[in-house]
Ligand binder design. Structure first.
Ligand code: ZN
Length: 61
């Protein structure tokens, strides 16, 4: 049983390294562009959404 009185350090998920879009995938490249634009506008919600989409986008090995 872990000591639940200890503070859990979750950190800020927005500080995590952004996933790199696959340069060979048009969807990921578009998401990367959308993410850059959202960041420029300070729209971190969209930045986070784009990161999730890029991470989850399936590619053949
Ligand atoms: Zn992709």
């Amino acid at each position: 049983m872990p000591d639940l009185t200890e503070a859990v350090q979750l950190g800020n998920p927005l500080d995590l390294v952004d996933p790199v879009p696959d340069a060979d995938c048009a969807v990921c490249v578009a998401l990367g562009g959308q993410r850059a634009e959202a960041r420029r506008l300070g729209d971190m919600t969209t930045v986070s959404d784009c990161n999730v989409e890029i991470r989850r986008h399936p590619h053949r090995p």
